[in-house]
Design a protein around this ligand. Sequence first.
Ligand SMILES: Nc1ncnc2c1ncn2[C@@H]1O[C@H](COP(=O)(O)OP(=O)(O)OP(=O)(O)O)[C@@H](O)[C@H]1O
Ligand SMILES: [Mg+2]
Length: 251
Amino acid sequence: MLRVDQVSAGYSGSRAVPRVVEEVTLRVDAGEIVGLVGESGCGKTTLARVITGLHRPHTGVVRFGGVDVHGLRGRELRAHRRQIQMVFQDPYLTLSPRQTARQAVAEPLHIHRIGDARSRAARVAELLDLVGLDPPAADRRPRDLSGGQRQRVAIARALALGPRLLVCDEPVTALDVSVQAKVLNLICDLRDHLGLACLFISHDLAVVRQLADRIAVMHQGRIVEQGATAQVTTAPRHPYTRTLLAAAPRM
Ligand SMILES: Nc1ncnc2c1ncn2[C@@H]1O[C@H](COP(=O)(O)OP(=O)(O)OP(=O)(O)O)[C@@H](O)[C@H]1O
Ligand SMILES: [Mg+2]
């Protein structure tokens, strides 16, 4: 479904090294959860921005459903953007302080003129139920929600347009460990119930291995190792993966 092929990217405007992302090749298949793990500054968010079409690579191609993401314009680009949605570490980036949870989730449906008022309200209720938001919280604004609830609302909003891939960039990093586990369970449930694929980004291998089918390890802009979660976490091939494992608490 998602194919990242030999992608290099940076911010200098020139194609010269050093680049932030170097020759990354990665895939996410339908219904699969792929973990992307690496230390702060290694290029994870930059790669996520390239994948979602927000940042243009210097070289290489990103294909989604066989289509070159960076070759799209206008209506095609907007249609494509519905298929890949992002969830960020800080839900305040996606949620307006003035909107209630219900309004925030309804907004993408409004913008894309999907359904009428009644069907939109029903869809919003269904989405809030899907992410497990308590009904009384639906009419609260972000500052009156807990961190875990805010992230559930951000996820419901990301799901509103029926994406096929969720790119989650450190979605649980700011949450307590017990709340983290619940949000990770939610992402697994969404995969099981909706067949939703996920690229799950974290600096924390202990988090990633709880939910990923496969793990890609990023170091200084390169993927140094990728494989099935069990293989990467029990028989790592790259010294950097061993360093990450040594730093990760045992689950
Ligand atoms: N807009 C920008 N302009 C210039 N350099 C940038 C920009 N955004 C990121 N960088 C640089 O690119 C490198 C990779 O940053 P990136 O945000 O992709 O890392 P990351 O792996 O997501 O880190 P973190 O785990 O801290 O979120 C860093 O050296 C960063 O300073
Ligand atoms: Mg980042």
